[in-house]
Design a protein around this ligand. Sequence first.
Ligand code: CO
Length: 218
Amino acid sequence: MAGNGDAFYKRVFENNRKWIAAKKSLNKDYFSQLAEGQSPEILYIGCSDSRATAEELMGAGPGEVFVHRNIANVVGSADLNALSVIEYAIGALKVKRVVICGHYGCGGVKAAMEAKDLGLINPWLRQIRDVYRLHRAELDAITDEPQRYRRLVELNVEEQCINVIKTAVLQKSYLRNKTPTVHGWVFDMRTGELVDLNFDFLGKLEEIRQIYDLGPEV
Ligand code: CO
């Protein structure tokens, strides 16, 4: 929680020792097995927000989820970091599902809603402002600002799912193997609930390939 300052930092290594003991008490070979390799089924792309945890809110343990996080869970067209994670997760680890997980109350999305200069972060926020521009008619029709903010969080998730579909590695893999599928979620930190936005993966894949087809000859 906020405000702990140094107290939490000082506990980290003690927590780590307790965690090792707890894992070994259930399975003495836990760490040697963990070191053998990973085959996670999910690639999770979420926000860096300290409250929107990846593994904990899913009840996932080490080895189960490949994780990438950045401000407002964005998949940019020239983001070598996010694109490398996607390439490796799909191409090498053969994940079955790619999840974009946004969260209500996202500071990055909130900042993007304000049309002002925020310095170094401007180019990053521009990617979310682009989402606003794409969906301006729907968003501007929502007069309640908190509701408009929540809707932009959801639309940003959908647009980032679409950005995953635009990658060659996703298209080639899905057209050959029928995996991975792409899913959009929102985490509501006021209730702890994870909401599936039921992103229309197959419909969007077909629509996207009409303009951004990078798939194999089939
Ligand atoms: Co956020």
